[in-house]
Write a protein that binds this ligand. Structure first.
Ligand code: FEO
Ligand code: CA
Ligand code: CA
Length: 651
């Protein structure tokens, strides 16, 4: 018997920075569940002061190394010219003086001939399959006519659609008892969109409703499982006895773009879509599903009412086919998306790539769960800039590592390789496929460091330093504080700076330091890379980051409505030079929204952001936002920012 797990009521109490609606639909109320990582991995004992003292030593040694390797460009001191804006509760997108924005595309805008004109009262599955999907997360700019062209005027814009808010999509939605039509529209509103875009003479960006590149990927698009775990018995289901063909991708949060111009899109909170873990017999399958947080009873969206694959009592293996990094070639609209099992299975936040000096490709990844881990993948083969096709399966073979941080500012990447230490058949890991399918369990055994919800991990293209964003963790107790997660009840999050040994991303050892410890600057536990606190903007719950061509970090937040009682925002901060740590607010979201997918065109004259879940906390009947159209239907959208004088953003 499946019991009712939890129905959604906006007034329910919740824990953490977000609104109850975000907790429910985005992560399946992850904040309210018990901590999933019950491993006894040690905490790195230290205190924040110790880490902060080390900071000046690290700055000197990092700077020294960059100078030696010639990585710092003389002009890239990283100063920024805009006047910061303030936190806001206004229901609109705010940018600094001298900047303006335009909405590029919004939920329901047609990208194919099959969609009718958007009308929330008259919408159907076929229309949704041919229209922009719901909550925008990762965004990428893929220049046309080819990736190598670097074009900043014409491109394929990619956007992830992480999840749906049925209470903001369907008039009179009844939580717990959706219709099949509503469920099918939700399936079609998940996934991602590729759409051709162009830049107008005034610098604004518009999309083409009809283009050969326009494509929707949904939660039912056929995909291939590739790499070491493909075909494994745990990946086989009644519908797919081969274990190689899966329908769709779920909860695609952030991602990355490869040097060969494909999209990596990250299945994050996939667990919440599956019902009935309590009904499974005790054993390895249930143990794994429990470590990944699958619902004990009903799922929140109740897709299991209409589709057996979401009901564990009928199909216990379907969740093993989700939680992967999916690679998509947007330049070939007929291509089959591939789930790259070599990159491990967890609640993938994103997957940012970099190329090592020897040509190996390195992918940095976070597992966004309280007390979960930071990973990287190093390809066996090498990137070939002269032959795109030769790179297409680079991510099927290589080594996956998990990070262990030491309290002395050093760290090590532990290989998740079958046979390494405890990763043996006796412990449930008889093959590399077993390690990859149960990545979390393997990392538990290796003693990886438990982090405060790792989100984006990205390498600074100017300096080579790697930045790992910890969004928050209000469950960390004083007894669990360590050097790299230095705060108990960490509501505001922090950003860790990692320097790989020799500045080589394939290295297996690194040094690290705290870059930012977020919050209201007057809070003594905050730290802004040593920059005077009275000058910086308050920032909380950092989530996605990107870098401009000068190496400045741009940070989008998720949760300031819960921590500051203000709207989420975008910030810019230099990572080097005299203004290192000088955090300045650049953007503010409408009511209820988080900002996702920060990305620049190559010339840095446009900046894009996803406005995700505007109006969350309300319903269509009781709206709290009218963004972007001034109507009662808030619509998740991609926004393009430009400077009024046509200059480089941030200059
Ligand atoms: Fe979907 Fe980790 O945010
Ligand atoms: Ca995120
Ligand atoms: Ca990013």
């Amino acid at each position: 018997m499946i019991r009712i797990e939890k129905e959604f009521h906006p007034e329910d109490a919740h824990i953490g920075g977000r609104s109850p609606a975000t907790c429910h639909w985005k992560c399946g109320d992850a904040c309210a569940q018990p901590v999933l990582n019950q491993s006894e991995n040690p905490y790195v004992r230290s205190v924040i002061e110790e880490a902060l003292t080390r900071r000046s030593f690290m700055a000197a040694s990092l700077g020294g190394l960059f100078m030696l390797s010639g990585l710092v460009r003389a002009k890239s001191a990283g100063s920024l010219g805009f006047k910061p804006i303030s936190l806001s509760t206004e229901d609109r997108v705010l940018v600094p003086e001298g900047y303006t924005t335009n909405v590029v595309i919004r939920w329901g805008d047609p990208i194919g001939r099959g969609a009718r004109r958007f009308d929330v009262n008259n919408w159907d599955v076929r229309s949704q399959e041919n229209a922009f999907g719901y909550n925008v997360d990762y965004i990428s700019w893929l220049p046309l006519p080819g990736y190598a062209s670097g074009n900043s005027r014409r491109a394929i814009l990619w956007a992830n659609h992480e999840y749906t808010n049925p209470e903001l999509m369907f008039p009179g939605y009844k939580p717990g008892s959706p219709s099949k039509e509503q469920v099918d529209i939700e399936l079609a509103a998940h996934g991602g969109t590729a759409v051709e875009v162009r830049r107008n003479a005034d610098g604004s960006i518009y999309y083409l409703p009809v283009s050969v590149y326009n494509r929707r990927i949904t939660a039912t698009t056929p995909m291939e499982l590739s790499g070491p775990a493909a075909g494994h018995p745990l990946l086989q289901t009644k519908a797919d006895p081969t274990g190689r063909r899966v329908l769709g991708m779920l909860n695609n949060c952030a991602g990355g773009t490869t040097p060969w111009g494909t999209i990596l899109t990250a299945e994050e909170n996939f667990n919440q879509y599956f019902a009935g873990n309590n009904a499974l017999p005790e054993g390895p399958i249930k143990r794994s599903h429990t470590r990944y947080g699958l619902p004990e009873g009903n799922s929140g969206r109740r897709w299991e009412l209409f589709y057996d694959r979401f009901d564990l009592t009928k199909e216990p293996n379907e969740p093993f086919r989700h939680g992967w990094i999916v690679e998509i070639d947007p330049y070939d609209p007929t291509s089959t998306p591939k789930k790259r099992t070599a990159l491990g299975r967890f609640k993938h936040e994103g997957a940012e790539t970099t190329v090592a000096p020897n040509g190996q490709v390195v992918v940095y990844m976070g597992d966004d769960e309280r007390f979960d881990y930071l990973y990287k993948f190093v390809s066996k083969g090498r990137f070939n800039p002269a032959d795109r096709k030769a790179n297409m399966n680079l991510l099927d073979e290589g080594t996956l590592y998990v990070a262990k941080f030491n309290s002395d500012g050093t760290g090590v990447w532990l290989p998740l390789v079958q046979g390494n230490g405890p990763l043996t058949a006796a412990n449930g890991f008889a093959s590399q496929a077993d390690v990859l399918i149960n990545t979390r369990l393997a990392a538990d055994l290796l003693g990886a460091t438990k982090m405060d919800r790792p989100e984006d991990v990205e390498r600074n293209p100017v300096t080579g330093a790697v930045y790992a964003v910890m969004t928050n963790n209000s469950r960390r107790t004083a007894a669990q504080v360590d050097a790299v997660n230095p705060r108990a009840d960490n509501r505001h999050g922090h950003i860790v700076e990692i320097l790989e040994n020799g500045n080589d991303p394939t290295a297996t050892t690194f040094r690290w330091a705290l870059f930012l410890v977020c919050g209201e600057p007057s809070d003594p536990s905050t730290y802004f890379a040593g920059f005077p606190k009275d000058k910086v903007s308050p920032v909380s719950c950092p989530d996605n980051i990107t870098f401009d061509q000068a190496g400045n970090m741009w940070i989008a937040t998720d949760g300031q409505d819960g921590t500051f009682r203000k709207n989420d925002a975008v910030y810019a901060v230099p990572t080097q030079g005299p203004e290192r740590g000088y955090v300045r607010q650049f953007m503010s979201a409408p009511v209820g929204a988080e900002i996702c997918g920060p990305i620049f065109t190559l010339d840095n004259k446009n900046f894009f952001a996803g406005i995700q879940h505007p109006g969350e906390g309300g319903t269509l009947e009781k709206p709290v936002s009218s963004w972007p159209d001034g109507t009662n239907v808030p619509r998740p959208s991609v926004v393009a920012v430009r400077k009024l004088d046509g200059g480089v953003i941030g200059s």
